[in-house]
Design a protein around this ligand. Sequence first.
Ligand code: GDP
Ligand code: MG
Length: 135
Amino acid sequence: MALERTLSIIKPDAVAKNVIGEIYTRFERAGFKIVEAKMVQLDDVLAGGFYAEHKERPFYKDLVAFMTSGPVVVSVLEGEGAVLRHRELMGATNPKEATAGTLRADYATSIDANAVHGSDSVESATREIAYFFGK
Ligand code: GDP
Ligand code: MG
């Protein structure tokens, strides 16, 4: 496995639930190194641009409204095979389908308020990290 970096966002629902620390602990226990981190209040432009790939989807407006509803914590995680391993730690997009013990099974409330974001490929990770942290 290669050493990779991936983008994590702790979404507004999880920040509001006071579980930033618990989620960070789960990252660290899984062997990830947190190499960048910041708390951000996204606006429509920043959230809309981040989710541009979903622009034509029926849930896009709700997604942008949700992501701008409160502060988020944006982090870069580093580790062997980080992109896939982070997706496994997060669990399925819909918490009803997420495996027990995953972040979404434990912290998400619904398919939109699903606690965390994680890059879905090495290419997405590179683009998303640059989007929030520059090169
Ligand atoms: P992810 O990579 O697992 O986060 O999922 P996607 O990239 O497919 O979707 C991005 C985000 O849009 C998800 O995390 C959800 O917050 C939201 N989302 C995805 N599908 C739906 C849906 O069918 N309905 C609603 N309301 N939100 C959705
Ligand atoms: Mg995605």
